[in-house]
Design a protein. Structure first.
Length: 462
């Protein structure tokens, strides 16, 4: 009898421990506020948090067809509208990032500009013309006085470039300009590693996602290594860092040869090796349904939030969902429970951090089925998860020790710092000679790109 009682006690303790452990792995819950709608035209227009109670919206106003900047305020989970400020006379796309709670950088199709914010009031600094109209531009703050922008040019739409920008008061300079990426690209995403390095993910001309490791030292932008991890048609990538050497990339795969046509979204854990090579683990599907437009938001070194839209093929509607992802010690990912925050025709979902446990969801609400649609914003909160304190400014740094990177061999012909001297470097050299001088193609440092540089490239290429 004692043995039976002992076994029953053991079984009871085991079941209590198991159930509490199971609850601990799925205890997160969410609340969301009322949807705030901004009439606009383009889905890509950004929303940038300034503090837990304010975020900036940069959008093309439908009525005036001019780019407007507006500071929205948050009370609890309610978003309040405020006065818009006209940023430029030109209509078109633009991107924006925050250097501090009171300073924004705007990079539009043909100009760059600083916006200073006091409360909900905005004043603009001088407008700096860009030499070519930028297409598909994105901008990312590196610290409180530097940023990177990646884009295609109207005069060279088949190549992608990045420039390093610096800010003094309201003056913008570009000490490192028009550095060519390893391939044509669009849909850029950025993740900061430390004070001197960051990752870029983007889709190339074959709709495959590429990731590039970049450094910015002494006001010089370099691409250290690049990798193409995807073998299918992938788009809408999002990359985030969890610690100094661990990153996660999310993306959507479109399989047109499947029947029916498949849309799947995945995440993959990546590592930056000591030799600065990029390595990726196998992909993990984040939803069993037709998920797309995946966005990632890091919460800690082993937790991140993902947002995505799921297509219902029967009703042809999209449902917006969020889900917590947990990074396990074996580099696998455990999926948390799904939470639906809206439904309709929801595309281009993006997530941004407001505070330790609150976040902003932005998406394109395309219920009309036309380009003239709504940008919607919702404040969300996560409960039941212990998170480290979040401080947004200065821009989050995951380590105080700059990452050691392999020196770029520009003196022997490696223009794009991918560790190879090949035809891509020759193309960059020709571009520097014929169009606009680029010091990464000046292999002998004489201030010119000419036949002497070609001879250096030729000797090391063959």
């Amino acid at each position: 009898m004692k043995k039976i009682i002992g076994c029953l006690i053991f079984l009871f303790v085991f079941l209590v421990f198991f159930s509490s452990s199971a609850r601990a792995q799925s205890q997160e819950d969410y609340t969301v506020g009322q949807k705030f709608i901004q009439k606009t035209t383009f889905a890509e227009n950004p929303a940038v948090p300034l503090d837990p109670n304010r975020f900036a919206m940069f959008y093309l106003d439908q009525a005036s067809q001019k780019m407007n900047l507006k500071i929205a305020t948050i009370s609890g989970n309610i978003i309040t509208d405020n006065q818009p400020y006209e940023a430029t006379k030109e209509a078109g796309l633009g991107s924006m990032t925050a250097l501090s709670p009171n300073k924004l950088v705007i990079v539009a199709s043909n100009f760059a500009q600083i916006a200073t914010v006091e409360g909900t009031n905005v004043t603009f600094g001088p407008s700096f013309p860009l030499e070519n109209m930028y297409m598909s531009s994105s901008v990312f703050a590196l610290n409180d006085h530097a940023f990177v922008t990646c884009y295609r040019k109207s005069t060279d739409a088949y190549h992608a470039f990045c420039s390093l920008g610096t800010v003094t008061d309201t003056t913008i300079g570009f000490p490192s300009k028009n550095i060519p990426l390893p391939s044509w690209g669009y849909e850029f995403s950025f993740a900061k590693i430390d004070d001197q390095s960051f990752l870029i993910s983007y889709s190339d001309n074959t709709n495959r996602v590429k990731i590039v490791l970049a450094t910015f030292v002494n006001n010089t932008l370099r691409f250290v290594s690049a990798a193409d991890f995807m073998s299918e048609s992938n788009r809408n990538s999002s990359v985030v860092m969890l610690d100094k050497s661990t990153f996660v990339v999310g993306y959507t795969t479109y399989r047109s040869n499947a029947n029916p046509w498949e849309i799947k979204s995945y995440v993959r854990i990546g590592k930056i090796s000591s030799s600065t090579e990029l390595e990726l683990n196998p992909e993990i599907e984040i939803s069993s349904n037709n998920a797309s437009y995946v966005s990632l938001l890091p919460l800690s070194n082993n937790l991140l939030l993902t947002g995505y839209s799921e297509l219902d093929r029967v009703t042809s509607t999209y449902t917006g969902k969020i889900r917590l992802l947990r990074l396990n010690s074996d580099n696998s990912i455990a999926l948390g429970k799904e939470y639906q925050f809206d439904s309709g025709q929801m595309l281009f979902i993006s997530l941004a951090r407001l505070s330790t446990d609150t976040f902003l969801i932005k998406y394109w609400d395309n219920d009309t089925g036309s380009l003239t649609s709504d940008l919607s914003y919702i404040v969300g909160a996560i409960q039941g998860v212990v998170l480290p304190e979040y401080t947004p400014f200065p821009a989050p740094i995951l380590t105080t020790t700059p990452m050691t990177t392999t020196a770029c061999k520009t003196t022997i012909g490696d223009t794009n710092c991918d560790g190879k001297i090949d035809d891509e470097d020759f193309k960059n050299l020709i571009r520097s000679f014929l169009k606009s001088f680029d010091k990464t193609s000046d292999f002998n440092n004489d201030g010119k790109s000419n036949l002497l540089d070609f001879e250096i490239w030729r000797r090391n290429r063959f």
